[in-house]
Design a protein around this ligand. Structure first.
Ligand SMILES: Cc1cc2nc3c(=O)[nH]c(=O)nc-3n(C[C@H](O)[C@H](O)[C@H](O)COP(=O)(O)OP(=O)(O)OC[C@H]3O[C@@H](n4cnc5c(N)ncnc54)[C@H](O)[C@@H]3O)c2cc1C
Length: 298
């Protein structure tokens, strides 16, 4: 089926935080023909379209959302597309999980993405968020990205024509809705065992310092820029007394204070109240206004 439509989909079943009320519908597009069909049916569905990946960076409120969730289920596996001047271009579908791409690159002896080991998103969502970890931002490895809009259909955008920032990506197409369909990354050669070692080190570091198996959406606040090394949002929240702070089923993790975790039965109302509480506590203590990193759907 090029396009599958489901009505009344619960966001709590589509997000890693396991929070969020119903959306009007979900459109899952599995091939290019499905995109033409999507353009035809979208206007009649009545809601604003929202691209959805693994839902690992979303905090969705509890009441109903006038949204149509659009999933780019282009799960084309990673493949080497071209080799030139000592670099290799790897292409992957937007629906592929980022860990699958990182693993493929390791086996192929391609370095550049191992800093992102343990980031659980899909390629589309990870590019859209310019996911970053241990000094690597996905945007810095992007060569070009194929984007669909209802007005233009599918077009390739060179990375140099897009803008990137801290957890920010904009293809600069002037479209109100755009969907990443596939992406190409530019990587360098290295020995597979050396890449594997770095991946293992990165994952061990994450496991020791982050609640990697809890229900979370990763870091809820951005790290403020210009502070001394180690003074990230997690440390600020910790020193402001938020680590382990609970409200109902939600809590700032005892492992890493910048992770809001659903300990079971949590609600988005509790999550949003805790988030504002954390922001206020940090402001009172450090006169710093933490900026939200997680995408909040109200
Ligand atoms: C345990 C854990 C650890 C994490 N660690 C990190 C980390 O180290 N670094 C980091 O940066 N993030 C981290 N995250 C957050 C998250 O994994 C990344 O932001 C992730 O890459 C988002 O991908 P996703 O597919 O889940 O996107 P989603 O959460 O589904 O969506 C995020 C945003 O991208 C948009 N989007 C999704 N798919 C598309 C598409 N195909 N086209 C256009 N827009 C799209 C959505 O509309 C939304 O605005 C972590 C999350 C968890 C749960």
């Amino acid at each position: 089926m090029p396009l599958t439509l489901t009505r009344d989909v619960l966001l709590k079943e589509r997000t890693t935080l396991r929070l969020g009320g119903p959306a009007l519908a979900e459109a899952v597009v599995s091939c290019e023909a499905g995109l033409d069909e999507l353009a035809r049916v979208l206007p009649g569905l009545g809601g604003r379209p929202l691209a959805l990946g693994a839902g690992s960076n979303l905090l969705a409120a509890d009441p109903p959302h006038a949204l149509v969730l659009v999933r780019a289920a282009n799960n084309a596996p990673a493949q080497i597309f071209k080799q030139q001047d000592g670099t290799t271009l790897v292409r992957a579908g937007a629906g592929l999980r980022l860990p699958r791409l990182v693993g493929f690159c390791q086996r192929a002896g391609l370095t550049g993405l191992e800093g992102l080991t343990g980031v659980p998103g899909r390629i589309g969502g990870s590019v859209a968020m310019n996911a970053g970890s241990y000094g690597v931002e996905l945007g810095a490895r992007l060569s070009r990205v194929r984007i669909w809009t209802p007005e233009t259909g599918l077009t390739w955008r060179e990375a140099r024509d897009c803008s990137f920032g801290y957890r920010h990506f904009d293809p600069r197409m002037g479209a109100s809705f755009w969907l990443i369909w596939e992406a190409e990354f530019i990587l360098l050669a290295d020995k597979p065992f050396a890449i594997r070692k770095r991946m293992e080190e990165n994952y061990a570091r994450k496991k020791a310092t982050q609640p990697v198996t809890a229900k979370s959406a990763g870091c809820v606040f951005k790290n403020p820029q210009g502070l001394p090394a180690g003074m990230g949002a997690g440390r600020l929240l910790d020193e402001a007394g938020c680590k382990g702070k609970r409200l109902g089923g939600m809590a700032f993790s005892t492992v890493h204070a910048n992770f809001l975790v659903n300990e079971g039965g949590g609600t988005a109302a509790e999550a949003l109240e805790l988030l504002e509480h954390g922001r206020a506590m940090v402001f009172d203590r450090f006169s710093l206004n933490l900026e939200t990193e997680v995408v909040v759907l109200t």
